[in-house]
Structures are given as structure tokens and as C-alpha cells.
Design a protein around this ligand. Structure first.
Ligand code: AMP
Length: 279
């Protein structure tokens, strides 16, 4: 397993490997604190026998000013051990100065209004910050395919659109959400949950599944969503940013169908959790 810490060194390494690697690189961007959700994306890429590059980079640009950037879990040593076990080919762990020196700061993409909906509405810096850095990584690493998780469906959809719009020659693939036995989607932020908060958090996925069932039973959507939000607050969630149904293209769904998703973001004290399921 090769570890590269600078843009120059990773590019030198990849240039020397060419042309053997052309069309063979799969890229999995992460912020570290790796769990089975991240590892599942690596396993997907392994099935296709790609040369696998995993980046570990806690990206300051995608945190809003009041968010947990400095406290975000950093567990490089255990991350590297997990990646070694999976025989990942190359790890890229650049420093902030190296990556952020030349980027298209807060570049405005034609964003089909993502900044006004769901997470975009509550975290205005988030998606532009993700794009700024992921596009930089893509131009350094030039992968054939990038793997992203369904747990962050909005991010998947946003990046896929931008990659299409900027004509980057790469595929974007989605891996399914990996969950604990309780149903809670794995997330690096779950570490912040106390035992009591964890008990509350499992109601996020339960509520998504129950809402799906009730939608299928034909209940009125807007009163159902209101009722479910109230229920979550009663259970112990401290704030619900949104519980909404959108189509797969994130447009508003008046009549939910197979290609609609239920999206949720909710807080338990300082921890913000997100999830989504297909109807
Ligand atoms: P992060 O380190 O949180 O930026 O996530 C890196 C990648 O892992 C993103 O594509 C996420 O969508 C994906 N990911 C995070 N959690 C999960 C999960 N529970 N199941 C599947 N993929 C996940």
C-alpha cells in the first residue's frame, strides 16, 4: 500500500505508472474516521479490479462556520490499518495548504437550485465546498470512476451533475447505505452520540421506513410529514431541519412514486444526522 502526502508526489507516482493505469483507477474520497460504509465502497471497486485510490482529507471548505471542523474525528492510524487489510493500492492524504492553495473558491455551478433545498438550505457552504475540493482531487488523480455513498444522496447527485456539466470523462457510481443492526446509518459523526442519544437516533431510520409505508397506504403527504416531525421531537430529537419527499433528481414530488426518496436531517443536541430511502 502506497501512501502519498503531496500533490506533486502522487502525480509523479501516477505518471510513472501510466499507461498501465489508464482507465483503471477508481477513486473513493473520504474524510477519514473510516467505517464499514466507506469500506463497502472500496469493496465495490475491488470487485471490478480497479486500481483503488482512497483520499483522507477533512475538507474545511465543506463545513459551515458554526460546524464541527476542528472536532471532526481524525483517526489516521486506524484508518490506514483498515485500508491495508483491504489491500487498497494508494492512499492520498494531502495537507490543507497543498490542496487549498489553488482552487476555484466557491465556484458557482449551475446547481439546479440545490442551494435552496434540503441540506443546501441549512448548510450554504457545504455543497460548493465539496465541489471545490472533489473537482481538485479529480483533476489530480484522473480516475475512471468515482464511488460515492447513497447515505449522502444529495452529494452524489450534485457531484454527478457537475461532472456531467463540466464534461469530465469519468463515471459516478453509488454504493448502498450501510447500517448498524439498529438501522442507524453508519457515520463518522455517530461517535459523538451518548448512549441515550444513540437510543433516540435509531428512530431516524425507523421513521423513514414507517413514513414510506404510510405514503404507500395513501396518507396525505403534507400532514403525514408534519405528524412524523412532531413525533421525532417528542422522542428526543432537538431539531428537525427537514423531512421531505423529493424525486431522484431532487425536484419536488407532489405525487410520490417509485423514483422518489424521503430525506431527513435531524439534530440530537450537537449531532446532526442525515438519511434517505427510496419510496
Ligand atoms: P465522508 O468520509 O463522510 O465524507 O464519506 C465518504 C464517502 O463515504 C461518501 O461517498 C459517503 O457517502 C460514503 N459513506 C458514508 N457513510 C456511509 C454509509 N453508512 N454507507 C455507505 N456509504 C457511506
Amino acid at each position: 500500500m502506497i501512501i502519498k502526502k503531496t500533490i506533486k508526489s502522487v502525480q509523479k507516482y501516477l505518471n510513472n505508472k501510466k499507461p498501465k493505469l489508464i482507465n483503471k483507477i477508481a477513486f473513493i474520497p473520504t474524510m477519514g474516521a473510516l467505517h464499514e460504509g466507506h469500506l463497502s465502497l472500496i469493496k465495490l471497486a475491488k470487485e471490478r479490479q480497479y486500481f483503488i485510490i482512497v483520499s483522507i482529507y477533512v475538507n474545511p471548505s465543506q463545513f459551515d462556520p458554526n460546524e464541527d471542523f476542528s472536532n471532526y474525528p481524525r483517526t489516521l492510524r486506524t484508518d490506514l490499518a483498515k485500508l491495508k487489510k483491504l489491500s487498497v493500492d494508494l492512499i492520498f492524504t494531502p495537507k490543507i495548504d497543498d490542496i487549498s492553495k489553488y482552487t476555484f473558491k466557491k465556484m458557482k455551478y449551475s446547481t439546479f437550485g440545490i442551494e435552496n433545498k434540503l441540506c443546501g438550505r441549512f448548510r450554504p457552504h457545504h455543497f460548493p465546498g465539496v465541489a471545490e475540493i472533489v473537482l481538485k482531487f479529480l483533476s489530480i488523480l484522473k480516475p475512471e470512476v468515482i464511488y460515492l455513498g447513497q447515505k449522502d444522496y444529495q452529494q452524489f447527485f450534485y457531484l454527478k451533475r457537475i461532472i456531467e456539466q463540466t464534461n469530465l470523462p469519468m463515471k459516478v457510481k453509488m454504493g448502498k447505505t450501510i447500517r448498524e443492526n439498529s438501522g442507524l446509518a453508519l457515520s463518522s459523526r455517530n461517535k459523538y452520540l451518548s448512549k441515550d442519544d444513540h437510543e433516540i437516533s435509531v428512530h431516524l431510520y425507523k421513521t423513514l421506513k414507517e413514513t414510506r409505508l404510510l405514503i404507500k397506504n395513501g396518507l396525505n403527504l403534507s400532514s403525514l410529514l408534519k405528524k412524523q416531525k412532531k413525533k421525532l421531537l417528542k422522542i428526543g430529537f432537538t431539531k428537525i431541519d427537514y423531512l421531505e419527499v423529493k424525486r431522484n433528481d431532487l425536484k419536488t414530488s407532489t405525487k410520490p412514486h417509485k423514483k422518489s426518496r424521503i430525506f431527513i436531517a435531524a439534530h440530537i443536541n450537537d449531532v446532526r444526522l442525515i438519511d434517505n430511502i427510496l419510496i
